[in-house]
Design a protein. Structure first.
Length: 95
C-alpha cells in the first residue's frame, strides 16, 4: 500500500472520531425509536350498508363486528370505545 494510505494524520483521526460518534448516535436513536410505543388503529367499513342511506334496511342487513381485545394493565374506568360513521354521527362510551 502507498504510504499516504497507511500513515496516521490528525485529519484522519478527526474524521474517524466524527464517524464513530455519528454511528453511535444512529444506533442509539434507532434503539430508542424501536422501544417507543406508538399505537394507532383505524377501521373503515363500507358506508353503503348504513340505515341513513337505506332506511328500509333491516337488522340482518347491517354488519356486526365483534372485537375481543385485552388490555391487562388498563383499568376499566379508563376504557371506552368511540365510534363515528361516515356522516359524522359520534357514539361515545359504547359497551
Amino acid at each position: 500500500l502507498k504510504s499516504e494510505l497507511t500513515e496516521a494524520s490528525l485529519t484522519g483521526a478527526g474524521v474517524s472520531i466524527a464517524t464513530g460518534l455519528v454511528m453511535i448516535y444512529l444506533v442509539f436513536s434507532q434503539i430508542s425509536e424501536y422501544r417507543t410505543l406508538n399505537s394507532q388503529t383505524t377501521v373503515a367499513l363500507d358506508h353503503f350498508s348504513s340505515n341513513n342511506l337505506h332506511p328500509q334496511a333491516t337488522e340482518e342487513d347491517l354488519l356486526q363486528i365483534n372485537f375481543n381485545v385485552s388490555f391487562p394493565r388498563l383499568s376499566c374506568e379508563y376504557a371506552s370505545v368511540d365510534a363515528m360513521n361516515f356522516m359524522g354521527t359520534h357514539d361515545a362510551g359504547l359497551a
